[in-house]
Design a protein around this ligand. Sequence first.
Ligand SMILES: C[S@@+](CC[C@H](N)C(=O)[O-])C[C@H]1O[C@@H](n2cnc3c(N)ncnc32)[C@H](O)[C@@H]1O
Length: 241
Amino acid sequence: MVEQERIRQAVRQRYARAAREGCCGCGLPVAAETGCGPSLGCGNPVAHAHLRPGEVVVDVGSGPGLEVIEAATLVGPRGRAVGIDITPEMVAAARGNAAARGVPNASFLLGDAESLPLPDDVADVVLSNCAINLVPDKLRAFCEAFRVLRPGGRLVLSDVVAQQPVPPELRQDLEAWSACVSGAVDLEDVLRMLRAAGFDATEVLEESPVRWGSAWGVQLRSVTVRARKPRREPRSRGSGC
Ligand SMILES: C[S@@+](CC[C@H](N)C(=O)[O-])C[C@H]1O[C@@H](n2cnc3c(N)ncnc32)[C@H](O)[C@@H]1O
C-alpha cells in the first residue's frame, strides 16, 4: 500500500484539475480525458435518500456540490445541506455553484472523510457519491459517517466496487487510485465495513455497470447502498471504530 498521504495528494491534484476544467475525474488516465460535464458521480444517492423538509444532510466528497444544492432545495429553509471535500478547488467551485443558484442553506467545508469537521449526532442523512473509493481508510470514513449521524439517521452511498480483486501492484498506482480504480473494494467488503462501523439495516438499492466499463484491466460496477445508525444508543459505535 502506498503511503496514505501520497494518495490524498494525488486525489487532491486530480480533483483540483477536474474543478478547473470540468473533466470527469473517474475511470480514465488524466491524459485521456476529454471533459464530460459537471457531474462526477457514480449513482444518484439523493434520489434514494427520500429527503424530508427540515432535515440536515451531509455529503462526503461533495465535489462541485450539485447534490448538496439539490438536497438543500429538497430539505427547504428549515433544513440544511453541508458538503465536505478534501480538495480546496472543489470547495470553492461548489460555493460558487450554490451562490450562483441562490441556495443559502447549502454550505461547504474543506475536510477529510476520515475526520469530518462536524460534531457528533448532527445529521439526519449522510450521502456520498463516488468518493469513498478514493479514501485510503474506508472503515474510518464509515465510522465518521456513523459519528455525525443522529441515532436513527441514514447513510446513502453510491460508489464503484471492483468485480475482482485489484492486483497489489495497481494499488500502488496513484493515477489509477485517483481515477476511482485502485481504491475500489468489493461489495461484500463495503457491507462488512459498514457493519463494523456500527450500521445496521444495510441494503443494496441499485447495481449497474459504470459508464467507463473497465479501467486498468479492472472490471468495476456502480452500487448504491443504504444503512442506518441504530436508534438505541447514541454512541453505540461498531467494534471496528
Ligand atoms: C469523483 S468526485 C465525486 C464528486 C461528487 N460527489 C459528485 O458526485 O459529483 C470525488 C470527490 O471526492 C473528493 N474526495 C476524495 N477523497 C476525499 C476524502 N478523503 N475526503 C473528502 N473528500 C474526498 C474529491 O476531492 C472529489 O471532489
